[in-house]
Ligand binder design. Structure first.
Ligand SMILES: C[S@@+](CC[C@H](N)C(=O)[O-])C[C@H]1O[C@@H](n2cnc3c(N)ncnc32)[C@H](O)[C@@H]1O
Length: 228
């Protein structure tokens, strides 16, 4: 079986659908003892936004990050995730927040409806990043914020099982190896694409090291843009 056929055979959402409870448990255990650098970057980018902003978390998983956004004072929160188990877990944990089925490639929100689109380690699961960017552009108001943290392409290239070219596949062992996931490999220029720069002004680019990563390459990337 070629790498391309293997990728076609992998349902990147199914791994969370099947493993939602183990993912959430492993994450909770890990972050009880480690700083969440991706969330810190996202929160830093949100700090100056009005708390009445309509904030959409794409690929919100079990909804953990909403606790931080609520603590910061945001009160118009929405979440989407393509995994039904995740939507269920998040809705159960946060009944006051509207969490529904959706993904980067298809956000079920009207045009120019949202002030801030955030994504914490969800965009890398898109096979076509540009389609995700298109949808973010569509739902964001002019001047709205795009705040996305992803696994760093360089880190994935060095530490994931990586195959060059369009058909690359990354295997990441998250949370001290307690949860293993696969996603398509992406290059930096897929996130900071011509499409991105056509629609957004780049406000900030941060490369961060996860608390457990003492290696030479950063493990995460946070992109902040405003819609022009
Ligand atoms: C690593 S988890 C991160 C969840 C959450 N943001 C967090 O920080 O805990 C990745 C999430 O992305 C979701 N996901 C997978 N493919 C996606 C896509 N194409 N668009 C949006 N979310 C996706 C998964 O279902 C999963 O809940």
């Amino acid at each position: 079986m070629s790498i391309f056929q293997q990728i076609v055979a992998i349902d990147f959402v199914e791994q969370f659908e099947r493993g939602a409870q183990s993912y959430l448990a492993a994450k909770k255990e890990y972050y009880a003892n480690h700083a969440n650098r991706a969330l810190e970057c996202i929160k830093g980018a949100l700090d100056r936004s009005p708390r009445s902003a309509r904030l959409l978390d794409v690929g919100c998983g079990g909804g953990d990050d909403f606790h931080s956004y609520l603590e910061m004072g945001f009160c118009n929160l929405f979440g989407v995730d393509p995994s039904k188990s995740m939507v269920l877990a998040a809705s159960k944990a946060l009944p006051a927040i509207k969490i529904s089925d959706g993904k980067w490639e298809q956000l079920n929100f009207p045009d120019a409806d949202i002030d801030i689109v955030v994504g914490n380690f969800s965009m890398q699961y898109c096979e076509n990043i540009d389609r995700g960017i298109d949808e973010a552009v569509r739902v964001l108001k002019r001047g709205g914020y795009f705040v996305v943290a992803v696994s760093h392409p360089t880190f994935d290239g060095v530490h994931g099982q990586h195959y060059s070219g369009k058909n690359s596949l990354v295997t990441a062992n998250l949370y001290n190896g307690k949860f293993s996931v696969k996603y398509p490999g992406h290059s930096l220029s897929e996130y900071l694409s011509e499409n991105f720069f056509r629609n957004f002004r780049l406000v900030k680019l941060t490369e961060f090291f996860s608390a457990a990563n003492s290696r030479a390459v950063p493990s995460g990337l946070c992109v902040v843009g405003t819609k022009e």
